[in-house]
Every structure is written in structure tokens, then in C-alpha cells.
Design a protein around this ligand. Structure first.
Ligand code: COA
Length: 182
């Protein structure tokens, strides 16, 4: 399985590497970043946890033909976040596109830019009728990213037993949005 590399104007989305561990540990060690995404809202900033994350999400590509990318700034080659897919067969609401960025780049539009190219890649490459994003109801920034890439509120759901909002888009809606742009 070759993990694809995607480009946007300012960013490169590439496969995780083992040496991303310190950057991922810093990302997951930031309480503000993990507030809505870690199981108990607590930071998980160890290198061992970061390595487990890299191994899990690299393995996800092998098992599910999709997964997460590390997002790096083109100008600096710096790791600024992660974006991509998660679709475990158990206790998960569907093919989920997620986004998490380092706090010092919030507000620069990177999440929207990376999520948009990842969403297009998903519909172009995966045999799915729907892509979703499971979002904590209080996560206003994430809801905004979902809306910016064309997702809409589809239904209520749960992740790890906790209620969440399911945003997303059907393949037909995606086709319509692509033809509206061309
Ligand atoms: C969610 C996240 C990736 C958004 O990053 P970001 O850098 O703000 O995203 P963008 O710069 O692309 O901005 C997207 C929009 O959200 C808006 N936004 C940002 N923070 C916001 C907030 N706290 N409340 C409301 N809107 C907000 C921006 O103004 C922008 O809207 P606009 O394009 O209409 O101006 C970032 O907050 C993050 O990493 N959070 C922690 C991890 C997380 O919760 N991930 C989502 C899991 S579902």
C-alpha cells in the first residue's frame, strides 16, 4: 500500500513518519487541542503514545485503504497538524474525516484547506456513499471547518459512548458541489 501525498497551495499531506513522534506528542500534549478529542479530555503527550498513534494510523491505511496524513507547511516543512480518515469496523459511526492542528496555526485556514483536499480524495478513491465528521456539540471551530468544506448536519451520533453531532456529505452532494465549481 502506497500512501498518497496530496498538495494544496500552502500544505503537503504526506504519510506519517516515525520521526513525527515528537511533533505529535506536542500536539496531543496541548490541553486546548485535545479538549474535545481525547477520551477524557486530558492530554496524552508522551512519545510512546505518539508512536502508538503513528503505528495505528499507518496500519489503518493497510487495512482500510485510507487513513490520516501528517500535514506540513510547504515553506517551512514543519509539521502543523493531521487530517484524514478513521473507519474502524467496531463502535464507530462511519467513514470519518477528521482534522487536528497545532494551536499556533489555528485561524490560518489550514484545517479547511487540508480537509477539503482530503474530502475530494476520499470521494475520488473510496467506494463510499457518505463521508462524515463526528464532532463534539461544543466544538464550534470544528463545526465551522465542516461547513466550510460543504458538510452539513446529518444526524446525532455517539463516539465511545458519548453523544456527538454527525456532519457529512453524500456522494451525490459532493458531485453537485464539484460540478458547481467547474
Ligand atoms: C478544529 C480546528 C482544526 C480548526 O482549526 P482552524 O485553524 O481554526 O481552522 P481554519 O483556520 O480553517 O478556520 C475554520 C473556520 O473556523 C472558524 N473558527 C476558528 N475557531 C473558532 C471558534 N473557536 N469558534 C467559532 N469559529 C471558529 C474560523 O473563523 C474559520 O471560519 P471562517 O473561514 O468563516 O473565517 C482546530 O481548532 C483544532 O485543531 N482543534 C483541536 C482539535 C479538534 O477539536 N479537532 C476536531 C475534532 S472533530
Amino acid at each position: 500500500m502506497i500512501i498518497p501525498t496530496l498538495d494544496t497551495a500552502r500544505l503537503t499531506l504526506r504519510a506519517y513518519r516515525e520521526d513525527d513522534a515528537p511533533a505529535i506528542a506536542a500536539l496531543h500534549g496541548d490541553r486546548e487541542v485535545v479538549r474535545f478529542i481525547s477520551p477524557d479530555g486530558e492530554p496524552e503527550g508522551s512519545l510512546a503514545d505518539a508512536w502508538d498513534h503513528i503505528a495505528k494510523h499507518t496500519g489503518h491505511w493497510l487495512l482500510k485503504a485510507c487513513g490520516k496524513w501528517a500535514v506540513v507547511e510547504k515553506t517551512t516543512h514543519r509539521f502543523v497538524g493531521r487530517v484524514g480518515y478513521l473507519n474502524p469496523p467496531y463502535e464507530w459511526p462511519g467513514l470519518e474525516l477528521g482534522w487536528t492542528f497545532c494551536r499556533d496555526v489555528w485561524g490560518m485556514g489550514y484545517a479547511t484547506e487540508a480537509a477539503h483536499v482530503a474530502l475530494n480524495w476520499g470521494f475520488e478513491n473510496l467506494p463510499t456513499d457518505e463521508i462524515i465528521s463526528a464532532i463534539h456539540p461544543d466544538n464550534a471551530a470544528s463545526i465551522r471547518v465542516a461547513k466550510r468544506i460543504g458538510e452539513r448536519h446529518l444526524r446525532e451520533g455517539t463516539v465511545s459512548g458519548k453523544p456527538c453531532l454527525i456532519y457529512g456529505m453524500s456522494r451525490n452532494e459532493w458531485r453537485g458541489s464539484v460540478s458547481a465549481r467547474t
